[in-house]
Design a binder for this molecule. Structure first.
Ligand SMILES: NC(=O)c1ccc[n+]([C@@H]2O[C@H](COP(=O)([O-])OP(=O)(O)OC[C@H]3O[C@@H](n4cnc5c(N)ncnc54)[C@H](O)[C@@H]3O)[C@@H](O)[C@H]2O)c1
Length: 320
């Protein structure tokens, strides 16, 4: 998502500094017209150096493996929370004008979909709890120091450039990668979970707008597709578009996975000009074309499971 955003901001004539430790991103996605710094945002000195003369911070860096966070809470929230605290403090000290933060639908937990922005934060897993902390810190520092924020809650973003080698996240990408390697797609539980997969191109425009729109100041805004599907149907679509003879392989349901997650879209349409332009089928065609160019990727188990109790066997035994 960050690389798409950098392209968009450069295209609008802004100068952009991009920081990424490339733990989950790829150098091939970095626009040569931005100032790129390879570094870990947990490094306080680095963050203080980078945030010396910027108007807007867009903070997207994270390890976004929601399902894995139940089993690897120490490392995941060390990355997600320490980076946020470093950026917040630097932003206050350097009088940054706006802090745009990509939170997550995970902060809604198990409340009844469609999730709307007025609902309370009731996260059900460590990743969601970390995002809720970050959101709350922005509110606290807005009240204390007057720094404006916009909190975006993106919803299951997919599309070209996505990391398809991470076995713990990005379900469409995992399926596409497995199919390219001649393996069956894995589904957890019944496959009746509902999600609103959202194409990167349109989510990206809304996120870019978040830094500049007056109406988006100090707002929480869902950014996700109005089209929602079951995981079974999404999988059938991927199989069909890839002309695959494979059949879904069902694994037991995952601990704490939310069944139905999709959100209202009115606020993003009104405040960020979000428009749903790609059906899931359109977006998947684009993503599959891109994935075929990149080719099958070796799965990369970046962070170890800190708890193996109740962990999916396919994760514990590295079967993906
Ligand atoms: N993709 C989605 O469906 C989705 C949904 C909701 C929220 N989000 C949020 O949006 C943001 C972007 O997600 P994405 O899908 O592009 O994820 P991604 O993993 O593709 O990108 C995150 C980037 O952060 C970098 N990074 C990780 N830890 C870092 C660190 N300590 N220092 C510097 N860089 C670091 C990674 O190398 C990677 O390039 C994340 O904050 C994620 O939580 C994503």
């Amino acid at each position: 998502m960050g690389s798409w955003l950098v392209d968009e901001l450069l295209g609008r004539g802004h100068s952009v500094i991009s920081v990424d430790d490339l733990s989950g991103g790829y150098m091939r996605n970095v626009n040569k017209d931005c100032t790129f710094i390879k570094g870990d945002l947990r490094d306080t000195a680095l963050v203080n150096r980078v945030v010396s003369d910027v108007d807007i911070i867009y903070h997207l860096a994270a390890y976004a493996a929601e399902g894995q966070s139940v089993f690897s809470p120490i490392e995941i929230n060390d990355i997600n929370i320490k980076s946020m605290n470093n950026l917040l403090v630097a932003a206050i000290n350097r009088s940054v004008k706006r802090f745009v933060f990509t939170s997550s639908m995970a902060v809604y937990g198990r409340q009844k979909a469609p999730f709307s922005e007025e609902m309370p934060r009731l996260p059900e897993d460590p990743y969601g709890a970390g995002k809720a902390y970050c959101e709350n810190m922005l509110e606290i520092f807005q009240a204390a120091y007057g720094m404006d924020y916009t909190i975006i809650r993106p919803h299951n973003v997919y599309g070209p450039r996505q990391n398809i080698a991470d076995p713990f996240r990005n379900v469409l990408g995992i399926w596409i990668n497995r199919l390219m390697s001649g393996k069956a797609p894995i589904l957890y539980g019944t496959g009746k979970q509902v999600r609103a997969f959202s194409y990167i191109e349109e989510s990206n425009l809304a996120i870019a707008n978040a830094g500049f729109r007056d109406g988006a100041r100090n707002q929480i805004i869902n950014v996700g597709s109005p089209e929602h599907v079951t995981i079974n149907d999404a999988c059938s679509m991927v199989l069909e578009l890839m002309a695959s003879e494979q059949r879904p392989e069902y694994s037991p349901g995952r601990l704490l996975e939310v069944e139905v997650a999709y959100s209202t879209t009115g606020k993003s349409e009104e405040l960020l000009d979000y428009r749903h332009l790609h059906t899931l089928e359109d977006g998947l065609r684009e993503m599959i074309d891109w994935a075929k160019q990149v080719g099958p990727q070796e799965p990369s188990y970046r962070l170890p499971l800190e708890i193996t109790k109740s962990a999916p066997k396919v994760w514990a035994d590295k079967l993906i």
